[in-house]
Design a protein around this ligand. Structure first.
Ligand SMILES: NC(=O)c1ccc[n+]([C@@H]2O[C@H](COP(=O)([O-])OP(=O)(O)OC[C@H]3O[C@@H](n4cnc5c(N)ncnc54)[C@H](O)[C@@H]3O)[C@@H](O)[C@H]2O)c1
Length: 443
């Protein structure tokens, strides 16, 4: 076939790219911890058992590192649905404080609307519990400081935020490629998250509107920035290894004029200390480009996404820029280096979650070669070998049992929450918002 490449040819190309960037060996952090048979399962409770809870309860139902002993929700249908999903015989509560009073509950998962995260987490830490808190960690500036203080005051308790990309193998490989220089100087992150839906949930009784559709109201919700953008600004910060300096943005209720208070159309630009930019756009009337992050540097581009049933990562090598005016050329020739010709555009290389080692059993190597070859031709979608949503709980339980520190810790959660809070301020107040340490310098 004309566009087929032989394994030898593919390996030659892949090896050349890998060698050029020092990418032959990947040492992903221990994302899949060993279960220590001697450890008792962590006894945990979930507070808030709505839609997200179901996504969490499915992998939790087979996780032997923990045991669900209690579920809590103020809306009985959700509580019942969650109980069916997790199985076993957890006790049901409608008051989270009663859960916290139980001495046998070691850890709580907080999966309630955003405005409830802060006070529930503070109470849980005071009650001596380990806490997993869904993203966005909190949505008010003063709550970020309060949580930082509380987590610091309880150093033996694990506090983890539900930013699951921190537990994705593909994202870890992507970040490792960045650290090793594959993208060169990383200057931009373009993130988008689009949907074709009004984002509403059906409400049988009008009295329940604000409980069920809390996302629509500013009293409880940070809108698209908190619900979707928070995941992606976490990736920008991880890639740049910095917090932004400032943010500008514009948001509107432009399509779904149905009484909602949060924007359905958001465009935001974050500026980082060395001039890097992270752009986040989100709309609710077109899902053609569903979601993902493009990270761009002078040496390459990477697209990472957990979209669809599988996560994917793709890497493109950036052709070298040609000489420019700065290199001493005549001024009228400056444009020669300003763009890169279409013919130089590279076909993206999939980022693989597995490596092919010489010491692998023969059949495993054959399978790995097959996967690479098919993926390279676009016939096969590289899948996450493990769902990061489940992996985050393996980590959570491991951190509790072994006294380890979580990957998505208070600092990750706080940086992410700041990005959400300040971006919403920028849009609401139509101004450029600076991060606290840059406020005096803004002039
Ligand atoms: N990490 C992710 O990818 C991801 C995805 C979706 C949602 N989330 C987050 O999960 C959280 C919950 O979102 P959701 O979509 O499940 O919302 P939801 O409305 O479906 O569920 C929230 C549940 O909390 C319950 N609740 C409200 N107040 C309560 C209280 N005082 N005590 C006990 N229960 C209470 C509600 O009755 C509801 O069942 C949000 O913070 C959201 O941002 C994260």
């Amino acid at each position: 076939m004309s566009n087929a490449i032989s394994r030898r040819e593919f390996n030659k190309r892949a090896a050349a790219v890998a060698a050029a960037f020092g990418l032959s060996n990947f040492d992903i952090p221990e994302l899949f911890p060993t279960v220590h048979a001697a450890s008792e399962p962590v006894k945990w409770a979930m507070i808030g058992t709505g839609t997200r809870a179901l996504d969490l309860l499915r992998p939790l139902s087979t996780n032997t590192g923990g045991q669900c002993v209690a579920l809590c929700d103020i809306y009985p249908p959700n509580l019942e649905r969650a109980a069916k999903t997790i199985g076993g015989s957890p006790t049901h509560y409608d008051d989270y404080r009663k859960v916290l009073e139980r001495k046998d509950v070691e850890a709580v998962m907080i999966v309630t609307p955003l405005d409830r995260h802060a006070f529930m987490t503070l109470d849980a830490l005071s009650a001596g519990k380990h806490v997993f808190c869904e993203k966005t960690m909190v949505f008010k500036e003063q709550e970020i400081a309060a949580l930082r203080e509380a987590v610091a005051a309880h150093p033996k308790q694990v506090f983890q935020v539900g930013l699951q990309r921190r537990y994705s193998e593909i994202y870890h490989m992507g970040m490792q490629m960045i650290r090793r220089g594959a993208l060169g100087r990383v200057t931009h992150c373009y993130a988008h998250w689009n949907r074709n839906s009004d984002w509403r949930r059906p409400v049988a009784d009008a009295k329940l509107e604000r409980l069920i559709n809390w996302r629509m109201y500013k009293e409880y919700s940070g809108g698209l920035m908190a619900e979707l953008g928070s995941h992606q600004m976490d990736i920008a910060g991880w890639a740049f290894q910095a917090d932004p300096r400032s943010v500008i943005g514009t948001g509107g209720i432009d399509y779904w004029k149905d009484g909602r208070e949060v924007y359905d159309n958001v465009s935001v630009i974050f500026e980082y200390p060395e001039g890097q930019k992270a752009v986040f756009t989100s709309m609710l009337n077109n899902q053609h480009y569903e979601f993902g992050e493009h990270l761009c540097g002078d040496g390459g581009t990477m697209e990472l996404t957990l979209a669809g049933p599988s996560g994917t990562g793709t890497f493109w090598v950036e052709p070298k820029a040609k000489a420019t005016a700065a290199a001493g050329k005549a001024k009228e020739q400056w444009w020669a280096g300003a763009t890169v010709s279409a013919s130089a555009t590279q076909k993206g290389m999939p980022i693989f979650p597995d490596e092919i080692g010489e010491d692998m059993p023969f059949m495993d190597r054959e399978r790995a070669f097959g996967r690479r070859w098919l993926a390279q031709r676009g016939w096969y979608e590289v899948t996450e070998p493990k769902n990061p949503v489940g992996t985050q709980f393996e980590h959570f339980f491991m951190c509790i049992r072994e006294g380890k520190h979580p990957l998505s810790d208070i600092n990750v959660g706080a940086s992410d929450a700041e990005a959400v809070v300040y971006a919403n301020q920028a849009m609401d107040e139509n101004r450029r918002v600076f991060w606290p340490k840059y406020r005096d310098q803004k002039g």
